[in-house]
Write a protein that binds this ligand. Sequence first.
Ligand SMILES: NC(=O)CC[C@H](N)C(=O)O
Length: 368
Amino acid sequence: MDRKLVLENSAVFEGKGFGANVESMGEVVFQTGMTGYQEVVSNPSNCGQIVTMTYPLIGNAGVNRDDFENMISHIHGLIVKKACHKPSHFRSERSLHEYLQASGIPAIEGIDTRRLTKEIRTYGTIRGAIVPGSANTEEVVFNLKQSGSLHDQVSRVSTKSVYASPGNGKRVVVIDYGMKKAILKQLIQQGFDVVVVPYNTKAEDVLTLNPDGVVLSNGPGDPEDIPEAEQTVSQLIGEVPLFGICLGHQLLSRASGADTKKMLFGHRGANHPVKDLESKNVALTSQNHSYIVDEESMSQASLTVTHRNVNDGTIEGVRHTYAPAFGVQFHPEATPGPHDSFYLFERFHEMIESFDKEEKQEGLYAKA
Ligand SMILES: NC(=O)CC[C@H](N)C(=O)O
């Protein structure tokens, strides 16, 4: 099955198809993690993206029941150098090809992923299409230019209804912008009584659930696409302790007066070094984002920078200056990636424990 990847800048990469036999368009990004392809293909934050794995052999451990980050995969395609079609692992239930085929996701192998990654690093994240090898390249480029980028990914991946994971501890409401299952797992491990709500839940409805803390989850796309979510977050600041992860961190930052902007090609991988500016510890982190909090907007925001990327100096974490709220751009819940940052869930737990409702009533956390 001959297939090719065509980029918006007319670059063509020929390869062999696997997964579903369908055509697809999306934003082409690269992911440098050496492991964790099952988590990557099922991560709702990758909704609408065609993901290139830079590690050359993908699929060797197959696909199992437990490692999905979501029950539905929302990626628009997968690009690999070499796909393993005969996986060997005691947990493997089917091959990556079988999984992608059943999920309607096209994939392509035999691609020079190093050349493609260099192309993306030069041009920046770029739109592309996976099409049959015989397709007319000019026509594909024309169609790519005609069809704009997606702006509705969060509404596609967020839960449609409220659900709970009962626990005996404090109540945490998660606003689901495209939550990875690993976040839920970490919160359950903290013993929280967890309630998950749709991305467009109003602040008053969140507060009606009587939360002791609110987690703003990861999610796909541009935070500017969901102004209603940003407004909800701004109404929650000071009312209840907040913990933002990735898209949630971006929304928290915007709601605190900062701006976000798109990076040239983003951070996607499992070994991004991040310095905690308070403890001076450097942790290796799992990352998956195209947008960042804009450094230049920080002077107008009620935020302090708490974490920075060691490679490029970008903002990786913020704390609100007067309300109990913090966020990180990376993924403390890992999967895939290192467990170095699990401590942030403990920090959130401590913040909840010490949040003094009386002080709140006295106005200590009120907006200046
Ligand atoms: N993992 C995430 O939550 C990604 C956040 C946002 N969609 C970005 O690309 O920057």
